[in-house]
Structure formats: C-alpha cells, structure tokens
Design a protein around this ligand. Structure first.
Ligand SMILES: [Zn+2]
Length: 167
C-alpha cells in the first residue's frame, strides 16, 4: 500500500489496485498514460474497468503525448472541500487529447478531466481559460513522492475559434 498526502488529504493506492497504480507510476516518470482496449484498440480517459465501445474488460496502459485542446471547462468559485478552498476560483477543464480525435464517431474523442494550472502549478487565471485553447501536461511532483498530472496552456495557436463564458 502506498500512502500519500495531497493538499492535506490522504491518498491510498493499494498494491493490487489496477485503476490508478499504473497511472501514478507512469506519472512518477513524467509520462501520461490512458487505457487502451485489448479487443478494439480504442483509447479511453475515464476511470472504470470496461471499454465504452465494446464488451471487453481487458486493457493495457498506453502512453500519450500529453497535448490537447480544451473541449469544455467550468470555473469553481466555491468548494466544499476544505483543502481546495485557498485555490478557488480555479478551472476544471475537459481536455481532448490529440490522439484519437473524432473516433470512433465524429463527435467522440479521447478526453480527460483535469485542473488547469500555470507554469508554477497555481490555478490559471479565469480570463485565460477558453474552449479551443491548446494545453499540455505538466507534472506536479509532491514532496512525499507522488506526481500528479495537471494541464497548462501550451501557448500554441488555438484549434479553431475560442469561446469562453462571459466573465
Ligand atoms: Zn474495446
């Protein structure tokens, strides 16, 4: 059992955990991984043992580039989680990774939920967050050894038109 602390909260990762252990082991090497179905070969970013596209429960970790585009986002103005209160307001973004965009149907893609931070791992300013902006993974190396993948703006030209909530 690996026990970590993140922002005052305990994180337990049992040795027999198949859902998160490989994810954080890869993050410790500054690699971002997602699940790849052994049957149909499609990648997925959401937790859970089953493939959303076929009946298979067999999968392997697959490294991805860590580059993507903000597909959607929400600004968290208030949080009930005490250890995150000093971060608010902060952005939670749905990132569409560059791999597998438009598959298996035109409206699908490989998407993961993440915080959007700046280069110093502080919450990105609300006025800088917009749908269509390009992002890349950044690894938050915590003092007790766990590394947490987050995303930051990459500075690349946006993908198409950008859109943001009126501030
Ligand atoms: Zn599958």
């Amino acid at each position: 059992m690996a026990v970590y602390e993140y922002r005052g909260q305990r994180l337990d990762i049992p040795d027999n955990d198949s859902e998160y252990r490989g994810y954080f082991e890869a993050a410790g090497e500054h690699r971002l991984v997602v699940k790849k179905c052994r049957a149909c070969g499609l990648l997925r970013g959401e937790p859970g043992p089953g493939c959303p596209w076929c009946p298979s429960l067999e999968w392997d970790w697959q490294e991805v580039s860590g580059k993507g585009t903000i597909y959607s986002y929400q600004i968290i103005a208030h949080t009930v989680i005490p250890s995150f209160r000093d971060m608010a307001p902060f952005a939670i973004v749905l990132v569409e990774l560059d791999e597998q965009s438009g598959q298996p149907t035109p409206d699908d893609g490989l998407r993961i939920i993440t915080n959007l931070v700046d280069g110093n791992l502080k919450p990105e300013k609300e006025e800088n967050v917009a749908i269509g902006k390009r992002v890349e993974v950044i690894f938050d190396d915590e003092p007790d050894g766990i590394s947490i993948p987050q995303f930051k703006l990459s500075g690349e030209p946006p993908k198409g038109e950008t859109w943001q909530h009126s501030i």
